[in-house]
Design a protein around this ligand. Structure first.
Ligand SMILES: *Cc1c(COP(=O)(O)O)cnc(C)c1O
Length: 226
């Protein structure tokens, strides 16, 4: 059995240690507990231990899972950390407190529209494809300043942070440092970077939030098809 409360305590302890030499040390570093693929019953021990910030990568899965848990724990904060399709924007704006994967003008326009319609205003992060990988979501680094300008000036959207997922086969520290520089150059405060394998590195490089799944909840099983 996975001891989720113990795992959570260990992750927090290592985050605290890493935070002592982080460039963001004055600020609090948030732990986004990534609960994708896990049913509510597997998540409950984390809630019981006081964890309130969670990450999901699919809108539909989050919609199936979180309203029931939120009825019990109204102060839950949900982050969308997976790619967002245009036809899911309305639901996403209803459901999530933070959307970390804004990465194209069409999506920005849809989010703006959904915000105006619903009166909800999730905080927004722009996902940057720091490794310029063809198959990966995220805006290319060279396009970031223009995209931020578009979001801020033309749509009036406040962009709170940047997010990245480094290429699997490269040194993550280099990508974290690059995202940190992009944030500084573009006047952005928050940085979502680091997962189970590299969150301490991310914190040492300036992360203000880390997205940790398997180190808390155990290894995910995507089933025979995956
Ligand atoms: C699944 C996922 C994570 C968490 O990964 P772990 O290695 O299990 O910690 C973090 N970020 C994103 C975008 C993810 O999809």
């Amino acid at each position: 059995m996975t001891d989720i409360a113990q795992n959570l305590a260990t992750v927090k302890e290592l985050m605290d240690k890493a935070g002592q030499n982080s460039p963001a040390k004055a600020a609090h570093i948030d732990l986004v507990a990534v609960s994708k693929t896990w049913p509510g019953d597997h998540i409950r021990p984390a809630l019981a231990a006081g964890q309130r910030v969670f990450g999901e990568n699919k809108v539909q899965e989050a919609e199936d899972k979180w309203p029931a848990l939120r009825a019990e724990y109204p102060d839950i904060q949900l982050h969308l950390i997976g790619p967002l399709q245009s036809n899911k924007v309305n639901k996403a704006v209803q459901l999530f407190d933070v959307i970390e994967t804004l990465d194209r003008p069409k999506l920005a326009a849809k989010i703006k529209h959904a915000m105006d319609q619903s009166g909800k205003s999730p905080r927004l992060y722009v996902q940057v494809n720091t490794g310029k990988e063809l198959q990966k979501a995220g805006i290319l680094p060279d396009d970031l300043p223009g995209f931020l300008d578009h979001c801020r000036q033309e749509l009036g959207l406040a962009i709170e942070g940047l997010m990245c997922i480094p290429p699997a086969n490269e040194e993550p520290a280099m990508h974290f440092a690059f995202l940190h520089k992009l944030a500084r150059d573009n006047d952005i405060e928050k940085l979502s970077m680091g997962m189970s394998g590299d969150y301490e590195t991310a914190i040492a490089t300036g992360a203000t939030s880390v997205r940790v799944g398997s180190a808390i909840f155990g290894a995910r099983d995507y089933g025979p098809a995956a």
